[in-house]
Design a protein around this ligand. Structure first.
Ligand SMILES: Nc1ncnc2c1ncn2[C@@H]1O[C@H](COP(=O)(O)OP(=O)(O)OP(=O)(O)O)[C@@H](O)[C@H]1O
Ligand SMILES: [Mg+2]
Length: 252
């Protein structure tokens, strides 16, 4: 069954056709890679799907049109994304960053705090437990009380993923999870993605590290100049001369 369907999506910035008529379908429980040279429109496509930019075309997530919805509503439907530059709240601790992430917290509504103090208290405890489990999964429990701003680049990437998981997503969109990450951590991240996928999660992953993305993806979409150049299995993509050409062309 398909979880995400993108049909003829476009976003132009003045004369720049950042995304110029893209169509992509992702099957539930699979990993779709997204590659292409710098400026191909990959991040803009993620922004459109997650609602951070509005353009034209149709986006359907779990059978529901989402292209007119704001980002927080799309997230509540179970779609999360991370950013090319991590956006964790630097003046808060790692644990606090996670506590803020879960959706539908009773404590968010001030009247609930008065009316249902007890249930809010209980829910906060559960959220804390759940947050700690997530930190354990990503092996960053020891950083619980560190300020997010003090983390290394790789640790920030893990915190971004941890925050995304905290909202119980069914689709995780990662923008360059391996960029600036050392090989040991990259292997770990690959392991986390594999494990989450085995648990039924779907992934859509932008990545420049071709060996890494071909290893974890079921299928790969190649973008060039705002368009989908081709889509196929990692083997098909590796042996497609057009793909090599856009990369060589992109580097002059
Ligand atoms: N907010 C914006 N305003 C104007 N132009 C933009 C904006 N965002 C992106 N662009 C342009 O749209 C094109 C696609 O950019 P985008 O960031 O989506 O590419 P990308 O494939 O993610 O590249 P990279 O691999 O370098 O991250 C580029 O030419 C970029 O300069
Ligand atoms: Mg990008």
């Amino acid at each position: 069954m398909e979880i995400l369907s993108v049909k003829n999506v476009k976003k132009h910035f003045g004369g720049v056709k950042a995304v110029d008529g893209c169509s992509i379908r992702i099957e539930t429980g699979t990993v779709m890679g997204l590659i292409g040279p710098n400026g191909a429109g990959k991040t803009t496509l993620f922004n459109l799907i997650s609602g951070f930019e509005k353009g034209s075309g149709e986006i359907t997530f779990k059978g529901m049109r989402t292209d007119k919805l704001p980002p927080f509503k799309i997230a509540r439907c179970g779609m999360v994304r991370t950013f090319q530059i991590p956006r964790a709240l630097s003046k808060m601790t790692v644990l606090e960053n996670l506590l803020l992430a879960p959706k539908a917290q009773h404590g968010e509504r001030i009247w609930n705090v008065w009316l249902r103090r007890k249930s809010v208290q209980m829910q906060e405890n559960t959220i804390k437990e759940k947050s700690r489990e997530i930190l354990e999964f990503f092996e960053i429990s020891h950083l619980e009380d560190e300020y997010a701003g003090a983390l290394s680049g790789g640790q920030k990437k893990l915190l971004e993923m941890a925050r995304a998981i905290a909202i119980d997503p069914s689709l995780m969109m990662l923008d360059e999870p391996f960029a600036g990450v050392n090989p040991t951590l990259a292997r770990k991240i690959t392991g986390y993605i594999d494990e989450l996928r085995e648990g039924g999660m779907t992934f859509f992953i932008i990545e420049h590290d071709i060996p890494a993305i071909t290893k974890i993806s079921d299928k790969i979409t190649v973008m060039s100049e705002g368009k989908v150049l081709t889509e196929g299995t990692p083997d098909e993509i590796r042996s497609n001369p057009d793909v090599l050409n856009v990369y060589l062309g992109g580097e002059g």
